[in-house]
Design a protein around this ligand. Structure first.
Ligand SMILES: [Zn+2]
Length: 170
């Protein structure tokens, strides 16, 4: 598996809006939340649920992270196969040739970020952390998207990002 492979199949049922963590300090002794800007989950015209900016985000700023369970690649592949045969719902990102993060049970709203061929975020893996940064100024209400590169869909999924330069397949 190449890098960054969100294994994004249809999505679990989620509330219309998940309040982004980190909008306020937790105040209960937890470590700093990696969510830097408020992100909401809502229905997407691209696919299923999407992540949307709930406030303006300046270019180049870190927006937040996807956290989850660290698993090896064999486990990641097994879970992806299992999900395809059952619920079809899983969120994983490969962070190296050997390891992936399974964010299926995470509450981080950015795990709903859809792929787009001309995205407004870039996904970076830094020391095992999966973080998203703004590629340009993003307005409140815009859907947040990233280019996911090769996915386990292996070209079987039609891209509906709507960009004139859409490559068409995931
Ligand atoms: Zn596209």
């Amino acid at each position: 598996m190449p890098t960054l492979r969100p294994l994004v199949v249809p999505q679990p049922s989620v509330p219309d809006s998940i309040p982004a963590a980190g909008a306020k300090p937790a105040g209960n002794g937890r470590v700093a939340d990696p969510q830097k800007f408020r992100v909401e989950v809502a229905p997407s015209r691209i696919d299923g649920q999407g992540a949307f900016a709930a406030e303006p985000i300046p270019a180049r700023r870190k927006i937040g992270e996807i956290r989850g369970e660290f698993i090896d690649m064999a486990t990641a592949r097994a879970r992806a196969r299992e999900a395809e045969q059952s619920t079809g719902r899983i969120f994983m990102v490969a962070i190296s040739d050997k390891r992936a993060v399974d964010a299926t049970h995470s509450s981080d709203p950015l795990r709903f970020a859809n792929h787009a061929c001309e995205p407004n975020m870039v996904l970076k893996v830094q020391q095992g952390r999966v973080a998203f940064y703004a590629l340009r100024d993003i307005e409140a209400g815009e859907e947040l998207t990233a280019r996911y590169g090769e996915t386990h869909h292996a070209g079987r999924l039609q891209c509906r990002c709507g960009s004139p330069r859409c490559v068409g397949r995931l």
